[in-house]
Structures are given as C-alpha cells and as structure tokens.
Design a protein around this ligand. Structure first.
Ligand code: HEM
Length: 61
C-alpha cells in the first residue's frame, strides 16, 4: 500500500488524465525506490484510473 485513498479523491487532484496519473505513479514508485517495471507502473495506473478517477486509458490497458 502506498498511502490512504484520500489523495485520489480530494478536490484539485494533480492527475488530470491517464497520462498525468501514470506520471504520478511513476514519480512515486521512483521516490520510494521500488524499481517497478513498465508493466507494474501500467497495472497500478490502470487500476487507479478505473477505481478512483474514471479516466479512460489507452486501448492496451
Ligand atoms: C508506489 C507508491 C505510490 C503511488 C503509486 C502513489 C501514487 C500517487 C498518486 C497517483 C498521486 C496523485 C494524486 C492526485 O491525483 O492528486 C499521489 C499523491 C501524493 N502522494 Fe503518493 N504514491 C505512492 C507513494 C507515496 C509515498 C511513499 C508518499 C509519502 C512518503 C506519498 C505521498 C503523496 C502525497 C503527499 C501526495 C499529494 C501531493 C502530490 O500530488 O504530489 N505517496 N500519489
């Protein structure tokens, strides 16, 4: 778990679309030295996009 869900549901969220959400996921996994693969970053980004943001994402997600 990265943190609680409040950052995904607050007003004025940083992420505006799938690409900016993925950039945040990549930034945070890097900050905490998880060394996630592209597939892992995509998987978490897709899950957050569907579960919290309601973003559409690329056709491969
Ligand atoms: C792999 C682990 C993590 C993931 C995937 C992740 C993901 C995210 C995402 C997607 C946002 C943007 C929310 C928005 O739309 O506004 C965010 C924001 C934030 N995260 Fe994380 N996070 C991780 C780890 C962490 C850790 C370890 C910390 C603290 C030590 C942290 C602290 C914050 C804070 C303070 C924000 C709000 C400020 C900002 O928008 O930059 N996160 N995180």
């Amino acid at each position: 778990m990265c943190h609680d869900t409040s950052v995904y549901t607050r007003e004025n969220r940083t992420a505006r679309d799938y690409e900016s959400l993925r950039a945040e996921v990549d930034r945070w996994q890097s900050n905490v030295s998880l060394n996630w693969s592209e597939d892992e970053i995509n998987a978490v980004s897709t899950w957050l996009a569907k579960r919290y943001y309601g973003f559409s994402c690329p056709s491969d997600c």
